[in-house]
Design a protein around this ligand. Structure first.
Ligand code: KIV
Ligand code: ZN
Length: 537
């Protein structure tokens, strides 16, 4: 008999489903940085990737298992289709983790069975428990997902769930893969599982859902009321198509409205004990880190972590808040870790102060990385008097995010103004060490720089997004530039920060082209040009 779980397990899939957002591809170091921050945030489970999908994914999961999967750290999970090869790869990649979980899945909706799997219900009913039993040979902690559960016949779903629990699944995850269900329907689906699956007391019910109709978070909250005790979510809600349920929204809804949710978890309504293990004060930092490293901006009006989430514009609201915050605020910005934008360091700050502050911000750099970051900090401090935490994060994220420097920007110079045609001179060092300089005219300075870069790195690609954002207020603020390029259906992003937005623009563009160039060198590149079942779930 399962103990009734009186708290919610947070399963973060930013590094797996989140990374499936077009253009959000992360390299191993970026994934490790995010995984470390997720551990500080207090997530219970990190789904670190899909080891069978590529050698890069395997290595990233293995590294996270080794370095973040410590005895007092989170459970590290790897995704696997219900096939022997996938499960074996996941088991091997997760080997170094103190607490490891294999998450295996197979579709159960008729539409997926007929068109995608070309399998009968009986075949799926045989494969699912067999693969769960195989996963159990690598770890006791096995999660099973009936993909597209939201559109599956509930009676068939109950039979599959019973079979996988008998085979040893300790968590059964119910995905609304296409974001189709409504809150009442999804709640009823979970309630039906609680009632009709004979052995459900031997497993934890989890939910996973996409945001195609903007309902993922609402669906999950109804699921909690009906017995779900694990929520699969991502930071900033990133993920396949319209994304996944956003971790920060779920956690803060459960936190702010705990008196409403407590009774559904068998607690007295007035209990102040948190419903999740999340340290909410780490939410904002985690959101910025994920946004910077994936190049996926957070919309200003996004709940909890958007720039306007705690801003009051109307005079009536401002007046009310000044008299008493509770008039228009249901939570405190500090509860998610939005501090005053403290001035922490300046030009005279030493290496030790720099290192200590970075550590407090959650960055653990190697000696080499620290030296490089300190040099960047010093250069920056020459131009900007007051360096804030946000500036520091930006400097370090910028450094972590660099793809291998195949092409290196040596010089970017522009002349422009209302009487001049924007003209750029760019010098790049090519991967074989040659220095090349090109000059180009453009409609504006950034266009001129990009044309000059293109004359050197002649890779067919379409610039589909260019954004520039200031990290802090003030004329001397760092400008962060993010670009996205599309090549044969795949998206590559680049990110850079500098007080000079033209220089940041040049670096961001070269970074994105380096990612594209690096991917083109890989033998599997053309096979991956169209997302496949192996690389995308
Ligand atoms: O959306 C989905 O169904 C998934 C499964 C692999 C859980 O991502
Ligand atoms: Zn998904």
């Amino acid at each position: 008999m399962r103990d009734p779980l009186d708290r919610i397990i947070i399963f973060d899939t930013t590094l797996r489903d989140g990374e499936q957002s077009p253009g959000a591809t992360l390299n191993k170091d970026e994934k490790l940085t995010i995984a470390r921050q997720l551990a500080r945030l207090g997530v219970d489970v990190i789904e670190a990737g899909f080891p069978f999908a590529s050698p890069g994914d395997f290595e990233a999961v293995q590294t996270i298992a080794e370095q973040v999967g410590t005895p007092d750290g989170p459970t590290i999970c790897g995704l696997a289709r219900a096939t022997g090869a996938d499960i074996k790869a996941a088991g091997e990649a997760l080997e170094p983790a103190a607490h490891k979980r294999i998450h295996t899945f197979i579709a159960t909706s008729d539409i997926h069975l007929e068109y995608k799997l070309r399998k009968s219900r009986d075949e799926v009913l045989a494969i699912a428990p067999e693969m769960v039993a195989y996963a159990k040979t690598f770890t006791d902690d096995v999660e099973f997902s009936p993909e597209d559960a939201g559109r599956s016949d509930p009676e068939f779903l109950y039979r599959v769930l019973e079979a996988v629990i008998d085979a040893g699944a300790t968590t059964v995850n119910i995905p609304d893969t296409v974001g189709y269900t409504t809150p009442t329907e999804f709640g009823a689906l979970i309630g039906g599982i609680e009632e009709n699956v004979r052995n459900i007391d031997k497993a934890i019910i989890s939910v996973h859902g996409h945001n195609d109709l903007g309902l993922a978070v609402a669906n999950f909250l109804e699921a909690v009321k009906n017995g779900a005790r694990q929520l699969e979510c991502t930071i900033n809600g990133i993920g396949e198509r319209a994304g996944n349920a956003a971790l920060e929204e779920l956690v803060m809804a459960l936190h702010v409205r705990r008196q409403y949710f407590n009774p559904f978890l068998g607690r007295p309504a007035e209990s102040e004990e948190p419903l999740t293990n999340i340290n909410t004060r780490e939410i904002y930092k985690t959101s910025r880190l994920v946004s910077n490293l994936t190049g996926m901006f957070v919309q200003p009006n996004k709940a909890i972590v958007g720039a306007n989430a705690f801003a009051h514009e109307s005079g009536i609201h401002q007046d009310g808040v000044l008299k008493n915050k509770l008039t228009y605020e249901i939570m405190d910005a500090q509860s998610i870790g939005v501090n005053e934008n403290q001035i922490v360091l300046g030009k005279h700050s030493g290496r030790n102060a720099f290192k200590t502050r970075l550590k407090e911000l959650g960055f653990e750099l190697s000696e080499n990385e620290l030296n490089k970051a300190f040099l960047n900090f010093k250069k920056f401090a020459d131009r900007k008097k007051e360096i804030t935490d946000w500036d520091l994060e930006s400097i370090v994220n910028d450094q972590i995010q660099q793809p291998p420097e195949l092409y290196k920007l040596e010089l970017a110079q522009v002349s422009c103004g209302d009487r001049l045609r924007p003209t750029a001179t760019v010098t790049l060092r090519t991967p074989d060490g040659e220095e090349r300089t090109e000059v180009a005219l453009g409609t504006g300075p950034v266009d001129a720089v990009y044309k000059a870069i293109h004359q050197i790195i002649d890779l067919p690609s379409e610039l589909i997004e260019y954004t520039v954002q200031s990290v802090t207020a003030g004329i001397d603020a760092l400008g962060e530039v993010t670009v996205r390029l599309r090549h044969e259906g795949r998206v590559f992003s680049g990110h850079a920060a500098n007080t000079d937005v033209i220089v940041a623009s040049a670096h961001a563009y070269v970074n994105a082209l380096n990612r594209l160039y690096g991917a083109m060198q890989s033998p599997s590149f053309s096979a991956q040009a169209e997302p496949s079942v192996t690389s995308r779930v």
